[in-house]
Design a protein around this ligand. Structure first.
Ligand code: TRP
Length: 464
């Protein structure tokens, strides 16, 4: 039941059911990360071996941390900063733990700023693909159309603005009538669309080549840097570490099972990423495109493929609609922690808080927009050539640094600082020894693995 905060007027919201939480958290997890980021990272890092490392990371690190993050949120029933402050007070430890909440709010905000830019591309491509602009195009013409599109900052700004408005519009309506309703409509639609597209990819001659690329690991092509990318991707895709899952957990009814919800969400997310790869790589190979195409992969491979297929304009538009749905249900989760904090802590009404956060993230997004044109510069990272300067740096800073650091801190707090009686009670794992397995994972396995991978990162930047 919603508990009152010190401010008497404030009542913390709650999802209407266990399933509403599962849908919303799946909406948070399944996003551009699955359909846009996962395939291009897998492409840049050699395919199968990357996928294998990714799956291991989800199992050993992602799921235990996700359980911990949901658990912290639900126990405190507040937005991340206040949640960490209250939890730290209950455990009789330092107030500085509130900075873990801050890390989440700030990181989520930065991700939202560039996420909305890419989501804007997907909006634009619904109309481009749907209008048949790519009919019978070639690799070169698709590349040129894309280059011309991202080379035009005003156009990118218009789409970024629209997407940010869509996001703020849902968040402004609140937890049950905004977030919950959006997920209830978009998530089922997304699944249906994805299945239709896989059916489509199965009819290309290169279905086998696509599968082989994704599922036969070639370890020679996996670098230490590729391992970092896989881990960063696992955090990004599950939506961990940035307060989103924590705040969604804080809206979860006390009666629902954290374990079953977490497994359902993590499995759904992983399944969608793998299925997106299954839908996309056959098209990449069928059209002679390079799998290591970077962020533009999906925006070139797919229009090209759809341009050559019967009914391609229709299915292509469907695909980009799917991507917009996926992005939309994720971007609302990125905006929610900051908005909830303004409402809870500073007494803002919801729509004003959403407007402020939306405007601020919109402004920061302009940095990413300019990274693709006026301010573009290139550098090497993870053995891949990154050519979109500050955009790539913001992405690396958040996904590869802030998310894992926050992940380690979540492990330390829930495994080492929190009293066992508290975490045991909140998690309420019925499975025999389940609690002990979880505890061992968050105390030792996950933080140590994440730490080792981060050490490797220092190497990538030649800091040692
Ligand atoms: N998981 C989303 C995706 O795959 C993005 C996302 C939503 C996210 N909320 C997050 C990433 C919180 C990191 C942290 O597209």
């Amino acid at each position: 039941m919603a508990r009152k905060s010190p401010d008497k007027k404030y009542v913390h919201s709650q999802w209407s059911s266990h399933w509403a939480f599962i849908l919303a958290a799946s909406g948070c997890a399944v996003g551009l990360g699955n359909v846009w980021r996962f395939p291009y990272l897998a492409g840049e890092n050699g395919g199968g071996a990357f996928v294998l490392v990714y799956l291991l990371t989800v199992a050993l690190i992602g799921i235990p941390i996700m359980m911990a993050e949901v658990m912290l949120g639900r126990r405190a029933r507040q937005s991340p900063v206040n949640a960490m402050r209250t939890l730290a007070a209950t455990e009789g430890t330092s107030r500085h733990w509130q900075y873990l909440g801050w890390l989440g709010i700030v990181g989520g905000f930065v991700i939202l700023s560039y996420y909305s830019v890419i989501a804007g591309w997907t909006l634009a491509y619904i109309f481009r693909v749907g209008s048949g602009q790519f009919a019978l195009s070639t690799g070169d013409s698709v590349r040129n159309i894309f280059a011309e599109f991202v080379g035009d900052p005003e156009r990118l700004l218009a789409w970024h603005t629209l997407f940010m408005l869509m996001t703020a519009g849902v968040v402004a309506r609140g937890v049950q009538s905004g977030l919950e309703q959006a997920n209830r409509v978009m998530m089922p639609a997304l699944f249906v669309l994805l299945l239709v597209l896989i059916g489509y990819a199965m009819h290309t001659d290169h279905f086998g080549a696509g599968l082989a690329f994704l599922f036969s690991p070639d370890f020679d092509r996996l670098t230490g840097a590729g391992v970092i990318a896989a881990m960063g991707q696992a955090f990004f895709s599950l939506g961990l570490g940035m307060g989103a899952i924590m705040i969604y957990g804080s809206y979860m009814p006390k009666t629902s099972s954290i374990v079953s919800a977490t497994f359902t969400v993590a499995l759904t997310d992983t399944l969608v990423a793998v299925l997106a790869g299954v839908a996309i790589f056959p098209l990449v190979f069928a059209n002679g495109l390079a799998p290591a195409g970077g962020p533009s992969l999906v925006f070139q491979a797919l229009p090209l493929a759809f341009g050559q297929m019967p009914g391609g304009a229709f299915f292509g538009a469907l695909f980009f609609i799917l991507l917009v749905f996926a992005a939309w249900t994720s971007s609302i989760s990125l905006m929610e922690p900051a908005v909830a904090w303004l409402v809870e802590r500073h007494g803002f009404i919801r729509w004003k808080a959403s407007a402020w956060v939306g405007v601020a993230a919109w402004l920061l997004g302009i940095v990413s927009i300019l990274s693709f044109n006026r301010w573009a510069f290139a550098f090497d990272f993870l053995g891949a050539r990154k050519s979109s300067g500050l955009f790539d740096l913001l992405d690396i800073l958040t996904a590869n640094i802030m998310l894992p650091v926050s992940g380690i801190l979540i492990c330390v707090f829930s495994g080492w600082v929190m009293r066992r009686a508290h975490s045991r009670e909140e998690l309420d794992i019925r499975f025999p020894r389940g609690y002990n397995v979880w505890l061992a994972l968050v105390k030792y396995v996950s933080p140590v693995l994440v730490f080792l991978v981060l050490l490797n990162l220092l190497n990538v930047f030649n800091l040692f």
